[in-house]
Design a protein. Sequence first.
Length: 197
Amino acid sequence: MCVHGCPRVPDHGGVRFCLHCADFINIENFPSGTRRYLCKQHMWKAIGQHAKAKMLTNPRKRALNKVWGRAYDDSRKFKQLRIDLKQAEIDRLFTANVVDEVTENVSLYEKLANENAVVPVDPTKVLCKSNSAIVACRTRKLLIKQWKLFGKDEYCRLFKKEQTYSSMHPIEDLSESPGLPADNYTIHLTEPHIEML
């Protein structure tokens, strides 16, 4: 039996019955995981929209969603189809040094999310915990421009330069990352921390 009390019917010919559409539709239009009898579109309308709206009332979760969404959008610019970085992993980096106090109706956490972004150390690989760093939004724009115009080597060279001269905060120690080309100086990554802006 499904959650709606319907008998469990095997999927035949790559289709499944959607209760809302009242029709058999392609199995790819259903969420993965637990078998459901609402397609992705109607599952989003029935559950997803309400859950997201509730989540976004929390300033901290809204900020994390913003940083994660920016990283996801950037992944298309790096020709990646997905990212393997969870909001909880971004959260651990920020919460190491940020107390979520609200001052003048603006969360410090949200302020940091507006001024910082997550970028890959190696732009040719999927953004994940071991291939990511927190940078200022200004630096993010420069890195993306460098990637589009000159490719990986120049992106990595600028990444190293900005690492030396600006406050970039890695999620993990990435000094052994194969994505950084060797040259006459090495990258020195500090312990994760966020400077209060």
